[in-house]
Ligand binder design. Structure first.
Ligand SMILES: [Zn+2]
Length: 122
């Protein structure tokens, strides 16, 4: 399990170099797909960034597109995973200044995030 501070988490997102916060990109730990706030808005999880913010890096976009449960072998399609469930299968925890740990999807690499914003699947 990797643990980073809130500041490190933000720094990794800023380092992605995308045009706005809607495009900060994350990798679902179960299906491995790259997804952003923009994808959640498009999938109907909310109308604005503020409305989808609580799902970002926490619930797979597949939950709003009728995707199935995670497959044994990732097939490049989203799943219905959320970190709020019973099983702790996440790979990253963000530690707040108060010492609270919050499971989150891992930020994508700058290359993945930029390709994702342009609509090229990595
Ligand atoms: Zn997923």
């Amino acid at each position: 399990m990797r643990q980073i501070t809130v500041d490190q988490f933000r720094a990794e997102l800023v380092a992605q170099g995308v045009s706005s916060h809607e495009h900060f990109a994350f990798r679902c730990p179960m299906c491995g797909t790259i997804q952003s706030g923009q994808d959640l808005i498009k999938a109907g999880a909310g109308k604005t960034f503020a409305e989808v913010e609580r799902y970002i890096a926490f619930s797979c976009v597949g939950r709003w597109t009728g995707a199935g449960a995670p497959r044994k072998k990732p097939d490049g399609k989203p799943c219905d995973w959320t970190l709020g469930g019973l099983f702790a299968l996440h790979k990253l925890e963000v530690v707040t200044p108060e010492g609270q740990t919050c499971p989150r999807f891992e930020p994508a690499t700058p290359e993945e995030a930029q390709a994702h914003e342009k609509g090229q699947m990595p």
